[in-house]
Design a protein around this ligand. Structure first.
Ligand SMILES: Nc1nc2c(ncn2[C@@H]2O[C@H](COP(=O)(O)OP(=O)(O)OP(=O)(O)O)[C@@H](O)[C@H]2O)c(=O)[nH]1
Ligand SMILES: [Mg+2]
Ligand SMILES: [Mg+2]
Length: 558
């Protein structure tokens, strides 16, 4: 809708389409899961409930994203394989991994209490994700073999490790012992010393879990004459298999053959070059401002959700803001929830220097030399979008104490590099102009609707109108002075560390206690905002960061 002189900043966005014939795998891995599992007292080495929750999230993800044909997970990770012809979001990598990780995270929080009845979630967990490109079905086969082999090796190791620790060894001693022990000896150790036959441990621990979906018919209601109204729905099922990369397992599932292709032989060796390709992630250009923009998925449009109180997922012609009865055009609580999540994300990731939010989106600015998540686009985007989603679900009650969250929300994300302060400020100006144009239009639109016009009449009435005409319309017909509407609606929200932090810096040991993020609703298009807050895009810190970065990255220069 919006059109402004700042639109040129869109030229900095790059295309990350996964080209055909590459097969798409989205791999999701928990962040800092060791700490999370300790804080939540997970059983070692495997917590059945924690695995059940991971499977639950993966099943919901597969039911949500119908192009995902197969998934495999163990411990704290899951891999989702898309059908080979998928056109989902034009195969744009950032859309795919961000939506999957965001939804997966939201479900993790939503379902936590159902799985861990007595255990409260103590803090917001998050996951990271990236796209693995497999050039052929043979490469996908190696990928699956690699992951399942890792599951086996790590589970055997962990089982031995915790048994050794239980019987008195220190962590160090147990690790040193296992380092020099062969697989066969580990099996022997478990059997001889601890009376454990490894092969008898639960398949879910040893083999991980696979998920496949089938179409089932649900009766959703009955007509007056008693005939049932049926609807097709995807139903996910968990299975365990000792060799998911084997021909025997794969080729007996017709859906895998049809949507992905057959395995011609069994894998006898995992090619290390392939493994390198599975791990490669694009890094962002150094010395640029990185902006991570996240946006609510289908906050307005059709979405899929699980109807409350039932276990079935149903297509509904609906929108997140509609289902949750957000006030139109602006819901103060919904916007404050977004702001609160953004502040919490900034507190967790100190490399974030500024963020700007409007409607269902937030832009996070990372300092120029940020090296978090190896400066990979997928690391930065997925960690932020996942943490944001996690917080959004956890904080929902605080902002909507009387409203149930009806289904897990999801956000997409992208990373864009801007080379100078000017371009970065133009980017932020672009978002604020967009906020202004949309807000003015939406205010007029909903006033017209409230006054009795249909939506299409309201649309027709506003078509081609300029700012001043809209202001006049609001004033003359509805007695609304646009400039007196709440600042948050007109200007959006900006979050940043307040001045005290920047000036006290590291010199004062108590400084960290005083650090505070402020949320303001200012005009950030005007240069004066940046002149009044020079520490946000601080030049001096930038030079120090640059020197540290060169020392770290380019030691060979000296
Ligand atoms: N009523 C109400 N709706 C809101 C509010 N904030 C966001 N929305 C809705 O969220 C939509 C955001 O627009 P987009 O992000 O472009 O659209 P979307 O439906 O989320 O679609 P995608 O982002 O492409 O998935 C708006 O059109 C509103 O319908 C709010 O405070 N109140
Ligand atoms: Mg949106
Ligand atoms: Mg939006």
């Amino acid at each position: 809708m919006a059109n402004s002189k700042y639109e040129y900043v869109k030229l900095f966005e790059d295309d990350d389409e996964v080209m055909l014939p590459n097969l798409i795998v989205v791999r999701v891995v928990a962040l800092d899961f060791r700490r999370f599992s300790e804080v939540h007292g997970f059983v070692k080495p495997n917590d059945e409930k924690a695995l059940e929750l991971m499977n639950c999230c993966a099943m919901a993800t597969m039911e949500m994203f119908s192009d995902v044909i197969f998934s495999y997970g163990f411990n704290d990770e899951y891999s989702f394989v898309f059908k080979k012809t998928s056109k989902f979001y034009q195969r744009r990598a950032s859309k795919l991994y961000s939506l999957v990780v965001s939804f997966f995270t939201s479900v993790y929080i939503t379902k936590w209490q159902d799985v861990f009845l007595q255990k409260n979630l103590r803090y917001a967990p998050s996951f990271r994700a990236h796209v693995v490109r497999c050039a052929s079905i043979e490469v996908l086969q190696v990928y699956l073999a690699w992951r399942q082999q890792f599951c086996h090796i790590s589970n055997l190791d962990n089982t031995c490790f915790w048994k050794l620790v239980e019987c008195g060894k220190t962590d160090r001693e147990a690790q040193d012992f296992l380092k020099v022990t062969e697989k066969k000896e580990k099996h022997e150790l478990l059997f001889q010393k601890f009376n454990i036959n490894y092969a008898n441990l639960s398949a879910i621990f040893r083999q991980g879990s696979c998920i496949l979906t089938t179409k089932v018919e649900d009766i959703v209601k009955y007509h007056e004459d008693g005939t049932p109204v049926k609807r097709l729905r995807r139903k996910a099922t968990v299975i365990h298999s000792p060799n998911i990369a084997g021909r025997k397992f794969w080729n007996e599932h017709s859906i895998l053959l049809k949507e992905l292709g057959a395995f011609a032989t069994d894998v006898d060796k995992i090619n290390p070059d392939y493994v390198r390709s599975f791990q490669v992630e694009k890094t962002l250009m150094p010395c640029t401002w990185v902006v991570i923009r996240i946006d609510g998925c289908h906050f307005h449009r059709v979405s899929l959700f699980q109807s409350p109180g039932t276990s079935s997922t149903i297509w509904k012609n609906t929108e997140f803001s509609e289902v949750h009865a957000f006030e139109k055009p602006n819901d103060e609580h919904a916007l404050n929830l977004m702001n609160s999540c953004a502040v919490a994300v900034m507190e967790k990731l100190p490399d974030l220097v500024f963020s700007y939010g409007v409607s269902d989106e937030y832009s996070f600015v990372l300092k120029r030399y940020s090296q978090i998540y190896g400066r990979t686009a997928s690391g930065m985007v997925s960690a932020i979008v996942s943490l944001f989603s996690s917080l959004y679900v956890m904080k929902w009650r605080e902002f909507f104490p009387h409203k149930e969250l009806k289904y897990p929300p999801s956000f997409d994300g992208r990373a864009v590099c801007y080379p100078s302060d000017e371009v970065l400020r133009d980017y932020l100006a672009w978002r604020q102009v967009d906020c202004h144009i949309n807000n003015q239009y939406n205010t007029c639109f909903w006033e017209l609707v409230k006054s009795g016009k249909s939506k299409s009449e309201a649309q027709a009435c506003l078509k081609g109108t300029q700012t001043q005409e809209k202001e006049l319309l609001l004033h003359s017909r509805f007695n609304i002075s646009y400039n007196e509407l709440p600042l948050m609606f007109r200007q959006g929200s900006s979050a940043f560390w307040d001045k005290k932090d920047a000036t006290t810096g590291d010199k004062n040991p108590d400084a960290c206690c005083e650090r505070k993020i402020v949320v303001v609703h200012s005009n950030i298009i005007e240069r004066s905002f940046w002149e009044d807050h020079p520490w946000i895009l601080d030049k001096e810190a930038w030079i120090l960061d640059k020197e540290a970065w060169i020392r770290d990255k380019a030691a060979w220069l000296f």
